[in-house]
Every structure is written in C-alpha cells, then in structure tokens.
Design a protein around this ligand. Structure first.
Ligand SMILES: *Cc1c(COP(=O)(O)O)cnc(C)c1O
Length: 415
C-alpha cells in the first residue's frame, strides 16, 4: 500500500497498524550535515512518501508544518531537555498533527471526517492542526473530566470544522469507539473516515526528525541516550525509526507513569493490558498502548534484540512531584509532569549504568499547561504563554455522549 492510502485509511483493513515496508538507512555523515529543521525533515521523510508527494511539495509541507521553535536546553553536563512545546498547543503533538493535516490537505480527493480519540494533548494538537482546512471535518472524542481544564478549552473552543465529543468514560473507551468506527463497514460506506491518532503512520514519520535534530546539537563522541515520556508509544516509535535509519543512539528509555504495561513486558515478555490509571501525567494514562504492536513487529518479537535498544521504567506520582521540585532546585528548570517522568527515566538509567552518557529528555509539554500541579511544587508562578491564555478565555462547546460505540455512530450519521 502506498503512503496516501495508509494516510487516509489510518488503520489497516484487518485492524492492524501500518509500518513502512522498508526503512532507509542514512550514514553518520548525513546526521552531521548542516541542515535547517524543515530540510532535515524533508530528507528523512522523503523515502516514505515519494510515490505520492514530490520533493518540492514535501519541502513546502515541512516548512509550513514546522514553523515554530525547537530548543535544546542543557541542565547539566549530561542532562539536556529537548523542548518540543513551542507549537500552537504547547505540546510535542503539534509536530505530528501539523504534518498529517498538511499531507491530507495536499492529497485529499473528497470530503472526509477525521476521527480522533484523545487523552489530552492529541485532541488539541489535531484540532489546531486541521482548523479551517477545507474538506475535512474533525470529530474529537475525549474522556469527560479526565483532561486538564486548559486541555479541554484548547479542543472545545475552536468551532468551524472542529467538533468535540465528551465521552462518559476513560481514554481506552474513546480509543475503542474510534477503532469500532473504523471496523464498521456499514458506517464507512456512508462516511469517509480517516484518523489522526498516533496510529496514523503520518504521525510517526515526523516524530523521528527531532531525535536527529537534537543529536546534531550534542554530538561529541559520547553515547547518546533519549528518555521518552511514553503513553501510547507513538513518540518512542519515532525514536526507534530514527535509530533504524542510522541515527547513532545508544539506548532509548521508555519512561512511563504507573500505567506500566511496557516496562513489565520488557521484563517478562508478557502483555497484560490494564485499565488506565489516572496520574499527574495524564496524557500518558494509557492502559493498552496501541503502538506496542509496532514495536514488537519492528523487532519481530525478539525480546533480546528489543532490550539491546530499549529500557523502560515506570514512575509514581510521588516521584514525579519530587522530580519537578528537585529539577527546579538543582537546575533552576521547570519541568511539566510528563517531562518529569522522562527525567526520572534518565535518572534511573544513570543510577544503574553510570552517568557517562549524553542524556536527552524529550520535554513534551510546556509546564504552563499543568500550572495547577507544578506551581505549588516550585513555589513560583509560571509565565503562561499567550497562546494558552487566549484559549482559556473562550467558551467551551462540546456534546456529551455515553461510552458506547452505537452513540458515536448515531452522532456521525446524524451530523
Ligand atoms: C501524548 C503525550 C505523551 C505521550 O506520547 P505517546 O506518543 O502517546 O507515547 C507524553 N507527553 C505529553 C505531554 C503528551 O501529550
């Protein structure tokens, strides 16, 4: 299947996830070359999309999608924070959502409905990424009462082609309802559906690029580690893809909160899906991470090979609070709860294997998005960026539905 088909299908017809059939390999020289962010993105993504997107079009997509800052901050000799939160919704998901929206805009034939389940940040990133894009209606499902007030405002206040459904359930319910819609042929005959969840392959590709960008900033011969705050494992998959493409990375650390399916799997080879538990890092409250299948497939189920590239630890809310506090005291740096989970992963790695590495933590959200958690821990007011303030002043507009697939179907057919 070509990129275009996989992009609009979202999920494969058999319910599985798409992976590239072939992963190109670049030499170390490629990763050391001097390139702008959009140039690097175009070069890394081009081999996956070249059948459907010309080089010129790809360059214009990456220039318009990645038109905001990215920054690598050194906290100490071996700890760096890769700040991925300068897009419109102040979370790393803007990279993927903006890229996906622009690919769809360019390749669209007929009107479509984009369905998204969100545990917080996906919804707002997708809503903003697709806002006012002609021919695409976006329907976002989010778990009622389980996302932060500001996250809710960010995805319920845009209007235009964006609608928000407030589901009486948890994130796993939302995700299951979206999956059911994709498997419902009767619905799909009547409504052209597409997904922009982290299951969409177009979301994964751009998430490999910032690993290479960060590596360029720090490379000095030292082994490089990335610690990735993980929930649905889309971001981590981006890192694994970059490593497969030849980026010299020693290890990727999958840092989770107490939703710890993956650390347990790496340890004993068993996948035990869980009911998602609520934590301070709510965008990572995923009991059954859908991208796990992709990781397993990338390694053909070889746990030993997987353990060569990956380690994984879980982090409690108590540790998360401690890390936010200590990071401020020690490094005068403010981490949001997700980034703090990433910092804990790196800390555990250093404790176990020594600190003779260059560690990079993916800072996935601006701390201002979680001010009510962070401010009391650091005894300081966080400067809230204007983008965030503006959303919080607008009126919420959403439709409440029960956590049943039939309710979603009814809604989609009636509107
Ligand atoms: C979505 C999200 C994560 C988790 O990313 P996955 O790709 O689902 O693993 C981490 N931090 C923040 C702030 C997020 O929004």
């Amino acid at each position: 299947m070509g990129f275009k088909e996989a992009l609009f299908n979202g999920l494969a017809p058999d319910g599985g996830l798409y992976l590239p059939e072939f992963i190109p390999e670049f030499g170390a020289d490629f990763f050391k070359a001097d390139m702008s962010y959009p140039e690097l993105a175009s070069a890394m993504i081009q081999p996956f999309v070249s059948d459907d997107i010309s080089d010129t079009m790809l360059m214009s997509i990456t220039e318009s999608a990645f038109n905001f800052d990215i920054s690598l901050i050194s906290l100490s000799e071996n700890i760096n924070s890769l700040e991925l939160f300068y897009g419109p919704t102040l979370a790393f998901k803007d990279f993927a959502a903006r890229f996906t929206a622009r690919c769809m805009e360019q390749l669209l034939n007929d009107d479509i409905t984009v369905l998204v389940a969100t545990s917080g940040d996906t919804g707002s990133a997708v809503a903003n990424g697709f806002f006012e894009i002609e021919g695409i209606r976006v329907v976002i499902l989010y778990p009622s009462g389980r996302i932060s007030p500001i996250q809710e405002k960010q995805l319920t206040t845009l209007g235009n082609n964006i609608t928000a459904l407030e589901v009486d359930g948890n994130f796993d319910d939302c995700q299951r309802m979206v999956k059911d819609a994709f498997l419902d042929e009767n619905l799909r005959e009547k409504r052209a559906l597409s997904s922009a969840n982290s299951i969409n392959i177009a979301r994964l590709l751009p998430q490999s690029v910032y690993y290479a960008w960060a590596w360029k900033q720090v490379y000095n011969g030292n082994s490089v580690l990335f610690s990735v705050p993980s929930g649905n494992f889309g971001n981590l998959n981006g890192g694994l893809l970059a490593k497969r493409m030849g980026l010299p990375v020693k290890k990727l650390i999958a840092a989770t909160n107490v939703n710890d399916v993956f650390p347990k799997y790496l340890k004993n080879g068993e996948i035990k899906p869980q009911i998602s538990k609520r934590t301070l890092s709510n965008a990572m409250d995923v009991g059954t991470p859908s991208n796990l299948d992709r990781i397993i497939k990338l390694y053909n189920g070889d746990l030993t090979a997987m353990r060569e590239d990956l380690v994984s630890w879980s982090c409690s809310d108590e540790e998360t609070r401690m890390l936010i506090k200590n990071t401020k005291e020690k490094y005068d740096y403010i981490a949001d709860p997700h980034t703090a989970v990433g910092l804990s992963g790196l800390q555990k790695y250093f404790e176990k294997y020594g600190a003779d590495y260059t560690g990079i933590v993916l800072a996935t959200a601006h701390p201002g998005k979680f001010a009510e958690i962070v401010e009391p821990l650091i005894n300081e007011k966080i400067t809230i960026p204007d983008k965030l303030k503006n959303a919080s002043l607008k009126e919420k507009f959403s439709t409440m539905i029960p956590n049943k697939y039939s309710s979603l179907k009814e809604y989609l057919l009636e509107t």
